[in-house]
Write a protein that binds this ligand. Structure first.
Ligand code: ZN
Ligand code: ZN
Length: 336
């Protein structure tokens, strides 16, 4: 096995404050069924901001669930040296949802970077069954976007076959942008985007979306905002029998007005939620990796900020402050 120490950046609580702490940790041998992954890139997720601001399940915790790396040590040998992404959910594999391979619905799941330590560190032991090989020609950086891209794809699939359908995406954060890009791959006839931030809207347009105007009437909506204003606006404009996929996490109550509510009935709107992504049956991850490998999905421009692992604090500040145009903030473990 590999020996030595490595850099880890756990979030620690001190009084009321939560901050990153630079720590040297000693490599531990992988447990039964695990391999040691040398983390290469890890994306910062909107959900990480909440953990950084005091909302994690427990402290200390190493966050980071969107990551790529290379297997440094597999006791069984077969994965050593292979480039991988890691499905962050650790399902119980025994409950009813798990039997249907609906791992994101597992009743007793664990999670890298949320409930247990994740990838804001140079090395992480992960379960072998969570590994997915990165195809040749796909960079570690692009592969680190596989998790949010799989979430966007899983959401789009909830609306059924998109061939020839027009899609309206609310919100042009990273997941919204990924939805804009992937909807086109899935055959959408047009993709519209509604986004109040001019720079983000312009970026969505550069990715193939059109600004959503009063005259447009998409067949399908993906709400990546999770906010009352956006959802009410969407419900009030949706055409009869439109499908609406709710994907954005809500930061506060999402109250639907009486008129907007009435539209759900009168226009027979279909609202459905989507949670996380799938591997195994209807595998979103392998589908995203195939799009990255054949060049249909180019995510290079989605990464707007790059930091080294040591600068995790700056990375979170950049994402949370909304001071400048920002889509995906990416960390690299290449630290001197
Ligand atoms: Zn995430
Ligand atoms: Zn389960």
């Amino acid at each position: 096995m590999k020996t030595g120490t490595y850099l880890a950046m756990p979030l620690v609580r001190q009084g009321d404050a939560v901050r990153f702490e630079e720590e040297r940790r000693t490599l531990t041998p992988p447990a039964d069924g695990e391999v040691t992954v040398h983390v290469k890139n890890v994306g910062v997720c909107g959900s990480d901001v909440g953990r950084w601001q005091g909302g994690a399940y427990h402290y200390p915790i190493v966050i980071g669930h969107e990551f790529s790396g290379e297997v440094a040590f597999d006791p069984a040998g077969s994965w050593t040296g292979r480039r991988v992404v890691v499905f962050p959910i650790l399902p119980c594999r025994a409950c009813e949802a798990c039997r249907q391979e609906l791992y994101a619905m597992c009743a007793h799941y664990d999670y890298y970077g949320s409930r247990r330590d994740g990838a804001f560190q140079e090395y992480l032991n992960v379960r072998r069954e969570n590994l997915i090989q990165i195809p040749d020609g796909v960079s570690f950086e692009a592969a680190a976007l596989c998790e949010p891209a799989a979430v966007a794809l899983n959401g789009l699939k909830k609306a059924g076959d998109l061939t020839g359908k027009s899609v309206g995406v609310y919100g042009a954060g990273t997941i919204g942008i990924l939805a804009v890009k992937i909807a086109q791959i899935l055959g959408a006839s047009a993709v519209f985007c509604s986004e109040p931030d001019a720079a983000k809207l312009a970026f969505a347009v550069s990715c193939g979306a059109r600004p959503l105007t009063d005259g447009d009437s998409p067949d399908v909506y993906i709400d990546c905002c999770g906010a009352a204003a956006a959802l009410n606006a969407l419900l009030l404009r949706a055409r009869a029998r439109a499908k609406i996929v709710l994907l954005g996490n809500a930061a506060r109550d999402v109250v639907i007005g009486q008129k907007a509510y009435s539209q759900i009935l009168r226009r027979e709107l279909t609202l459905t939620g989507t949670w996380n992504s799938r591997v195994g049956k209807n595998d979103d991850w392998r589908e995203v990796l195939s799009y990255l490998a054949d060049g249909r999905l180019d995510l290079s421009a989605v990464i707007t900020h790059r930091f080294s692992l040591r600068d995790a604090e700056k990375a979170l500040e950049t994402l949370a402050s909304h001071k400048e145009f920002c889509e995906k903030v990416m960390l690299s473990t290449e630290v001197d």
